[in-house]
Structure formats: structure tokens, C-alpha cells
Design a protein around this ligand. Structure first.
Ligand code: FES
Length: 86
């Protein structure tokens, strides 16, 4: 069976059904998810949507990676990155 993947900074990241973006990125060995709009490093911290430390953009929309289910073929970028690379 082929694992589902989404793209983070253009690289395929595998995920299990129901897994959040933050869990999948962490399982892939990423300790930070890039910078947020204020220039701070983002990361998986509270896991409940309270701290906003895990902000990323999914298809250009700012979301909490710890609350957002991974979606096959979704395009995930650091929160600071507002440039459309399509
Ligand atoms: S880790 Fe705190 S809001 Fe996502």
C-alpha cells in the first residue's frame, strides 16, 4: 500500500489517515516548521490549538498544524511564506 503524502516546501511528507500536519512533520523528523509571520520559529508545542506555535500555510491559508488533518496532495509551507509557487 502506498502512503498518502502532502508537500512541505515541495518535499513529499507521508502521513497516516487522521494524522495532523504537525504529527506528520514531526514523524518525518522536522523539529521546526519554518518561521511565522513575526519571524519566530514554529514548532509542535501544545498540540491543542492554544499556543499558535505551529502555524503553517496550507494552500496559502494560515492554520494550526496541530489541529489540521493532513490531506493528500495538500501544499504546506511555512507561515511566513506568502508567495504562491504554483
Ligand atoms: S502546537 Fe500549540 S497551537 Fe499548535
Amino acid at each position: 500500500m502506498t502512503a498518502s503524502t502532502f508537500l512541505f516546501r515541495g518535499a513529499a511528507v507521508p502521513f497516516r489517515p487522521g494524522e495532523t500536519i504537525a504529527a506528520a512533520l514531526t514523524a518525518a523528523g522536522l523539529r521546526t516548521f519554518g518561521l511565522d509571520p513575526a519571524g519566530r520559529e514554529t514548532r509542535y508545542f501544545c498540540g491543542i490549538g492554544a499556543c499558535q506555535a505551529c502555524l503553517v500555510r496550507v494552500d496559502g491559508v494560515l492554520v494550526e498544524a496541530c489541529l489540521t488533518p493532513a490531506r493528500a496532495d495538500g501544499r504546506v509551507e511555512p507561515a511566513e511564506d506568502r508567495h504562491d509557487r504554483s
